[in-house]
Ligand binder design. Structure first.
Ligand code: SF4
Length: 529
């Protein structure tokens, strides 16, 4: 569905800002691929682009791939920007650059919706999801594209039903240059973890697209040359379990129809381990990874952050259950919690060893506005908002330097190459081995696909096996995989593993932030050409 009743014609430049380097930006993996340069196409701007009046012309630039140019700004009448807190500095920089061309700039998305005050220079703020605010903004721009004298804020009261969402304009993005495809089925989460802003921003009653929309999106991505893996960006894939169960048979059908060339990944709460009926169907639909916000192995800490649902099954048992359906667990971990003790890093490292989870995003606690955590720390006068030398805005109960030291130690030891590749070896033997065995489809045997694999292998052997800083560990793992004829396990593990090792080395030597949401934004955004 598109906005209706607008007759003017406009030229819209949608610019997605660069990410500040983080665990999830995978920049050390890209040189090993066959030309991928960014993680996932952004959903928000592509949905908005598809919602604009059909006669409006749209250009989309993802600055993680290439900067918006002078020619782009000269072409445009209006600039749209969207992003998360971690992209705040870059979003403000895009606004500055657009204003050099006297263009009105509108910002939407999760960061401005939570913190409009972060964006004082923008002409238009779009607060909330796609809805009546979007229509009002577009009508205003249809009437007038001069910059308003003062900032205008549009706030969504009536949201567009997700079942009426248009298919994101994937055709505007150079989809083959992304490591993963992205897809959204639902929005919102029924839980209320203390640190999380999702329920506050998107509600506790998940809103849903229809399975038919999802299949249509998959078909479109496939036509455009989809990446091998599609990530469901929903904050909790089982936020509505019935809906997940309803969707999965459609995904299985789609996989059968298209020859199982695509893999899926998603985010879900760890209590998915209690749902064998969902896990079995996910296995059949070729889900290979679930990101679970485990946060901490300490039950007292989970209780304190209102994440008791992580203990509905013992954590270790939950991880092994998910592995038994062929799915690798990726875990979010938070350090700097009020319940942390001097021995927390050691307990975490034991958990890493025992769980055999290769990829854990280990971040420092950061208080996000509009969360119960923010409100509590504000009451306790423990928010530090004016010190940009810190990696967190939380006044920890343990001394700050001790917390940072623990975090660096955890990063260094968790991503020690021999340990990491031992965990990947475990995954190959005990997780990947449980995946659905499907015949290799003719599509996978095309010269294009074979060439892709060869390019990645060449890059991996040269850059990690010959030039890399952990050659012995690499070759031990790689030769084992080659002996088993497991190129998929080899390529997948090394792409991610190499990023983790290199990122962790930068982190433990103080060159990376300890929090994905850190106010300490080190990377300058991309200048216009
Ligand atoms: S389960 Fe995940 S998405 Fe839901 S409130 Fe907790 S952290 Fe947020």
């Amino acid at each position: 569905m598109r906005v209706k009743g607008i007759e003017a014609v406009r030229r819209i430049l949608c610019v997605f800002p660069r990410y500040t380097s983080s665990f999830g930006t995978f920049e050390y993996a890209y040189p090993l691929t066959d030309g991928q340069k960014a993680f996932m196409p952004p959903q928000g701007l592509l949905v908005l682009a598809a919602y604009l009046p059909a006669q409006w012309q749209v250009r989309f630039v993802d600055e993680n791939l290439t900067p918006a140019t002078k020619a782009d700004f000269e072409w445009a009448e209006v600039v749209f920007v969207s992003g998360m807190h971690i992209q705040r500095q870059q979003m403000n920089d895009i606004c500055r650059r657009a204003h050099e061309f006297d263009l009105p700039v509108a910002i939407g998305g999760p960061s401005v919706s939570a913190c409009p005050e972060y964006y004082p220079s923008f002409d238009y703020l779009h607060v909330g999801e796609l809805g009546d605010a979007t229509d009002a903004l577009l009508r205003r721009l249809a009437e007038d594209v001069t910059r308003p004298e003062t900032q205008v804020v549009f706030t969504t009261r009536d949201r567009v039903a997700m079942s009426d969402f248009p298919i994101p304009a994937y055709e505007l993005a150079d989809i083959r240059r992304y490591m993963l495809g992205s897809l959204q089925y639902s929005s919102g989460c029924p839980y209320e973890c203390e640190f999380c802003d999702i329920p506050g921003l998107y509600g506790r009653n998940p809103r849903l697209k229809t399975p038919q929309q999802i299949v249509a999106e998959l078909d479109k991505m496939r036509e455009l040359g989809i990446a091998d893996t599609v990530y469901f960006v929903d904050d909790n894939f089982i936020g509505n379990r019935k809906a997940a169960l309803n969707l999965l048979p459609h995904l299985i059908e789609w996989q059968k129809k298209t020859g199982y060339v695509t893999r899926f990944a998603c985010e879900a709460t760890l209590n998915i381990a209690k749902r064998p009926e969902i896990l079995e169907r996910m296995r059949e639909a070729a889900f290979i990874t679930i990101f679970c916000g485990i946060e901490t192995p300490d039950p007292d800490a989970l209780k304190a952050m209102h994440k008791g649902h992580n203990m509905m099954v013992p954590i270790m048992e939950g991880v092994k259950t998910i592995n038994s359906y062929g799915m690798e667990v990726v875990s979010g971990i938070i350090m700097g919690l009020d319940t942390d003790k001097p021995g927390t890093a050691d307990a975490l490292l034991s958990f890493v060893d025992e769980s055999q989870i290769p990829l854990l995003t280990i971040n420092l606690l950061q208080a996000l506005p509009k969360t119960p955590l923010w409100d509590r720390l504000e009451r306790e006068k423990r928010l530090i908002l004016d010190d940009d030398t810190r990696d967190s805005n939380v006044d920890f109960l343990l001394p700050y330097d001790d917390v940072i030291r623990s975090w660096k130690r955890a990063m260094e030891l968790a991503y020690e190459p021999a340990k990491l590749f031992a965990r990947y070896q475990y995954q190959c033997d005990y997780t990947y081995a449980n995946r659905l065995k499907v015949p290799i489809s003719p599509e996978m045997k095309t010269w294009k696909n074979i060439r892709r694999a060869l390019i990645m292998l060449r890059n991996i052997f040269w850059q990690v096996g010959v030039l890399g800083p952990y050659k012995r560990v690499f070759w031990k793992f790689a030769l084992g995989r080659l002996r088993h004829g497991d190129l998929e396990g080899l390529i997948g593990s090394v792409l991610i593993g190499h990023h983790l090792i290199m990122f962790a080395r930068a982190a433990s030597s103080g060159q990376q932030n300890a929090s994905n949401y850190s106010i300490r934004l080190r990377e300058a955004s991309v200048p216009a050409e």
